[in-house]
Design a protein around this ligand. Structure first.
Ligand code: EPU
Length: 418
């Protein structure tokens, strides 16, 4: 298993390119199931989750071609097996995103029910309820969601929690349904908007994406198109937090500040200077930061996927910060490991109180999810001495070549295989 070895205490300086967003790529590849002609995607990140999704689609009969620049072509004309087996769903919960498109296009789907997850219980009841409201017959048998429908019918669907993949699944299903679907209390995340834009390019009739009411008028058929995936706002935020902590001047290219305003606000409040143009963001910091309170909530509020990274920042900031997690019940797993590096953090239910320490000390740490691992890498960049981050296969799910990008900025970080 690979690990990262980091020598802390070096400022970050220079420029890197931000990759396409993992959480936009995964649903948009599933939208490929809806198309009657091939789709071509660019700005696709080279990540483990992206490969897992391509394997899952190929397993169903999708013809997949990937060139050396990670441009991906998907052709759904030979889908013969509308099945997402347990072995794949258990490695990537986003596999649930095939359910809506399979049902809408092929009238049936068999998708393993995702189990629990390191960050929370993460049920998919709202995906199922929404599809049932559109006329699907759904039973849970032997751990699988068995779904059939002649043609889905448009419906008014209220989701009593904001769910990102739930909104995406229902939007894809509704795109080929008979009649109008209205999704109320829909997720407003930029990845939902990117999926909507791709579906519109394929011929779907969708309005309101980016607001909490999305209206979809079903069409008879959708065609393939060329689509460039939106930039990764969480990768962007992670490198911004890294530069704020280490000090230095870093320019991130191929990214957009309007997708992460809540994160940029917090970094400015902490003392970093941030400027941007349409395609890039520049951060300058002297590494002396003030503690900042934060509370995660659905977009446009502060994203749960940046909570661990800003927790890391608060561990070395001046003052005391309250970090409240409202999306997932078990997303403080980095806390124990950060404490082992000398961080002062107390957890009480959904809230953590972080007292800024003078310094962190490097040691061997590991995390059980992607963003927690990113938080530990950031802590390692400012810790005294050597930090070894184990189990980095979590990082490889969501950060493209993280050690190469950080090295390019001057960090002392290397990957070793053991
Ligand atoms: N929920 C339900 N019922 C449902 C669906 C969700 O109760 O049917 C609850 C969840 O348990 C959670 C809340 O609603 O408490 C929000 O979950 P959501 O469905 O929005 O999460 P998700 O769609 O499974 C996506 C991202 C996550 C990100 C969350 C929140 C993808 C592939 N994943 O997950 O990304 O944390 O939204 O923004 O888009 C990551 O990239 O590290 C990651 C975990």
């Amino acid at each position: 298993m690979d690990k990262l070895i980091i020598q802390g205490g070096f400022p970050l300086n220079g420029e890197i390119r931000i990759s396409g967003a993992k959480n936009a790529t995964l649903p948009i590849f599933c939208a490929g199931l809806l198309a009657e002609s091939p789709m071509r995607f660019s700005n696709v990140p080279h990540l483990r989750d992206v490969n897992t999704m391509l394997l899952l689609l190929a397993h169903m009969g999708m013809q997949v071609a990937v060139d050396e620049s990670m441009n991906v072509t998907l052709d759904a004309s030979k889908i013969h097996n509308p099945l997402a087996p347990y072995e794949m769903v258990k490695t990537m919960r986003a596999s649930i995103l095939v359910l809506g498109p399979l049902l809408a296009r092929f009238g049936k789907a068999r998708v393993s029910l995702p189990g629990g997850c390191a960050i929370g219980s993460r049920p998919v009841n709202l995906h199922i309820k929404g599809l049932q409201a559109m006329g699907a017959e759904i039973h849970i048998e032997h751990g699988y969601i068995e779904a059939t429908a002649k043609r889905l019918k448009g419906a008014r669907i209220f989701m009593d929690m904001v769910t990102v993949t739930g909104t995406e699944n229902l939007m894809m299903a509704a795109a080929l349904a008979d009649g109008i679907t209205v999704l109320e209390n829909a997720a407003r995340e930029p990845e939902v908007v990117d999926l909507a834009e791709c579906l519109i390019k394929m011929g779907a009739k969708i309005t309101g994406a980016g607001t909490d009411v999305i209206t979809i008028e079903g069409v008879e058929r959708l065609q393939g198109c060329d689509y460039s995936i939106v930039c990764d706002r969480i990768e962007t935020g992670t490198y911004l937090a890294a530069a704020a902590m280490t000090g230095g001047r870093v320019k991130l290219n191929n990214t957009r500040a309007d997708l992460l305003e809540a994160v940029i606000d917090k970094l400015r409040e902490a003392g970093a200077k941030i400027s941007h143009d349409a395609n890039s963001i520049t951060i300058e910091s002297d590494g002396k930061l003030k503690a900042v309170n934060l509370r995660t909530a659905p977009h446009p509020a502060f994203p749960t996927d940046m909570q661990a990274q800003l927790m890391a920042m608060n561990t070395v900031a001046d003052g005391v910060a309250q970090v409240t997690e409202t999306i997932f019940e078990n997303r403080f797993m980095h806390v124990q490991e950060m404490r082992r590096m000398g961080a002062e953090i107390e957890v009480d239910g959904h809230a953590a109180l972080v007292r800024g320490a003078k310094h962190l000390d490097g040691t061997t740490v590991m995390a059980t999810d992607l963003r927690a691992s990113a938080g530990l890498v950031l802590a390692g960049l400012v810790a005294r001495g050597e930090t070894i981050v184990e189990r980095i296969y979590h990082l490889d799910r969501g950060y493209e070549r993280i050690e190469e990008k950080l090295s390019q900025l001057g960090a002392r970080i290397k990957r070793v295989s053991s």
